[in-house]
Each structure stands twice: as structure tokens, then as C-alpha cells.
Design a protein around this ligand. Structure first.
Ligand code: SF4
Length: 98
């Protein structure tokens, strides 16, 4: 499972989008990464996640961008729900470390 990096990519300008695999795919549209039903079992979302995990060369930066900015949709091969789960886990881990 992907984890947040200590240094977060906060701005889209920090992403090397020229390397993003989702830029030029025939069978996926940008909106496919932001479907309303974004559960990881959704057919389109599954396809988007599979592309991210090819792996996309910027998968970690993309994940961190979506995570740090609390965005909805597929970022770095994770859904919004999965990132929320990771966020809760990180909060618990930090609280336990105090
Ligand atoms: S990780 Fe996925 S959503 Fe992010 S840039 Fe790559 S293909 Fe696109």
C-alpha cells in the first residue's frame, strides 16, 4: 500500500504531468478518474487504478498531491475512500507516537 511521503507535492505545478500515463490513453478519459461512484470495485475506477499501477512514473507524487490536497477521485492508484483510510491510519499512528 502506498504511504504519504514526508515531503508532500502540494501543487499541480510540482507534478511532472508530461510523464503521466493518463494523459494519452485511448480507452480512458480524464473524467474516468473522477467518477461519482469511485469505489475501487467500479469498472471504470478499476481500469483507472490498473493504469496508475502499471506503474505510472509519477504515481507517488500523484498520490501525495491527491492526499495532501484532500482531492476526490483516483490519484496515485488510490480512491478517495482509500486515501481517507490511510489518513485515519496516519492520524492514529502519530497519536500513538506522542
Ligand atoms: S498515477 Fe494515475 S492518475 Fe496519477 S498521473 Fe499517473 S496515471 Fe494519472
Amino acid at each position: 500500500m502506498i504511504s504519504p511521503a514526508p515531503t508532500m507535492v502540494m501543487s499541480v505545478r510540482e507534478l511532472d504531468l508530461a510523464k503521466a500515463l493518463c494523459r494519452d490513453v485511448d480507452d480512458l478519459e480524464p473524467d474516468d478518474f473522477h467518477v461519482d461512484d469511485e469505489s475501487s470495485k467500479h469498472r471504470i475506477t478499476k481500469k483507472a487504478i490498473a493504469l496508475c499501477k502499471t506503474p505510472c512514473p509519477i504515481i507517488h507524487d500523484c498520490f501525495n498531491y491527491g492526499y495532501a490536497n484532500n482531492l476526490s477521485g483516483v490519484y496515485g492508484g488510490t480512491t478517495t475512500t482509500e486515501r481517507e483510510t490511510i489518513r485515519r491510519r496516519e492520524r492514529k499512528r502519530r497519536a500513538a507516537a506522542l
